[in-house]
Design a protein around this ligand. Sequence first.
Ligand code: IVH
Length: 694
Amino acid sequence: MRHDAAARAAQLRAQIAHHNRQYHELDRPEISDADYDALMGELRALEREHPELLTPDSPTQRVGAAPSGKFAKVRHAVPMLSLANAFAAEDVAGFLDRVRRFLKLEAAEPIELTAEPKIDGLSLSLRYERGVLVRGATRGDGTEGEDVTANVRRVSDIPAKMHGRGKPGVCEIRGEVYMTRAAFLKLNEEQSAAGRTVFANPRNSAAGSLRQLDPEVTASRPLRFLAYAWGEMSELPAASQWDMLHWLNARGFHTNPLSRLCRSLEELLAFHHGIELERARLDYDIDGVVYKVNRLDWQRRLGFAGRDPRWALAHKFPAQKAVTVVNAIELQVGRTGALTPVAKLAPVNVGGVVVSNATLHNEDYIRELDVRIGDTVTVQRAGDVIPQVLGVVLERRPREADPFRFPKSCPCPLATAVVREVTATGEAGAVSRCSGELACPHQRIEHLRHFVSRRAFDIEGLGEKQINLFYENGWIAEPADIFTLEARNDASIKLQEHEGFGETSVRKLFEAIRARRTISLERFIFSLGVRHVGETTARALARGYGTYPAFREACRHLAEGNAEARQELDAMDQIGDTVIASLTAYFSESHNTGRVDQLAAQVRILAAERPATESPITGKTLVFTGRLERMTRDEAKALAERLGAAVSGSVSKKTDLVVAGPEAGSKLTKAQELGVQVLDEGAFLELVGESPRK
Ligand code: IVH
């Protein structure tokens, strides 16, 4: 008998391994979830009966690791960034001024820029090795996207092999996947006839069509691809954006034939105007025009400010508007207790999207517009921003409509008092807040939602719906509870017996949670939901402190009022008084620190990643002083940061290097007193391997 059991267990393990691969790696499941569960169930029963057969690598024992979502994750070799937005001509002028100032260009020196229509699709990165397509990945959060290789291979606009002679080592081609309006309408007709999902707009239908588990479905959808950028390249085949577009074209990629090379603000604005007039006649959706500094050496010098390149700008078209009726005004409680009034609208189509909620921002905004329930209002949608109420059509106001009275208590069961925020200068702020903090169930739930969100712990299968359910049932009250859920499940919760859950989904959920027991320091810090500590700040803190113990220790000192801890934080890039005050307040509350420590005990927090480029100044703290002649102060700072150094404004014993130009004063003296290394600008550029420029 025992022999039979051993043979059957081995057979089951092989079958399960095969189906895991079909499901997770190939997007091609061959059996239903129920059949898969049956195999796992049989194996588990066998192992229970014959514990001696249990092996550590049995699929029943596997923890984490397996990609939890629909697609495997892919780390982008070069992050996929976003673009700063502008709406007004002055913003475009401001952008050109900043470029000029940053590069220290003479007023007479022309700046060439490409102007490209901004297609409204989803961005995609295609990796070619020796000219052959090896991977396609979506943008995801910019750092990590989804592996959609199998699907990308079925898009006819995407060449499997790059055209032309020569096989460059690595080329990551980036661009937009989109669907024409005609194809979108036709697809929706077919979908609706077949009783399937109808898409809201061409963008959604392109995204939905690309992210299909079955590549056959993707192949049946008329997706298009336009190339406009690149990621990792073993060598750059051109020196300008314009020539790169031509190169992309010669290599077999479509590029937008409407793109132009411009040499002045006037030319940019004329192009924008022309495209706006053309917009309705185009067969695809665009939401603006993208300007890019043409010279790639200038792009490199300009670098990035946060997530946006300094060398590019998205000049959006004005928002689209519509008129509808306010049926109700509700208050939404945010993670930090901020109350946002939301107008519940009679659904209306605004530029292709059905809108039924619009933000009213705050109490003052409602008072100024005098929006009342029953009013007819104009609403607008601008790009990705939440729809807003712009104004009231007074002649349509119903006679019985009363002015709206902003509630004095939170809509939560505690009905805690609503308080108007007081700003740092003592004036009344615009924001109203529920004073309940984490005693307010809305805030607790928002906090948990933030915790599992894509940019924080990103736990697949744990979305708003599940958080609400788990919270209401008392299974989780705070983040650390998520990680003890599995242990408590067998004893008491028994999630698999609740409606909407099956053995497979419960197994996947716990797998996803386990996979997140290891987390980067920046995600961990961001997930805490400390006010004013967004993603960029969290990253800066993670880089600044390096490890979790260092961060935690520093926050403890901060809360104790330690001046040195404050100074250290102040010297970090991108950290100012607001963040310091917020961190101090947060870590001064024992209920916060208790939650943080409990959470930290459940997870393994990885040390911060080193910046991409290793250089002689990586990890060092630099101070620039005196006049710089070959670059501007901003440029110097950006260069140092790009190479992984922190730039500080004052010299202390923690300073590693001072770069001093002519007219350097007290900082240079201090550096000499402390014995800190001092270099002039030329020596600094040589040290970091930047070729001297004029
Ligand atoms: S360049 C670092 N060029 O707009 C610069 N983006 O708002 C990367 N987009 O994520 C983007 N047309 O999905 C660039 N000609 C174009 C574009 C374009 C559309 C999209 C793209 C990007 C988003 C940024």
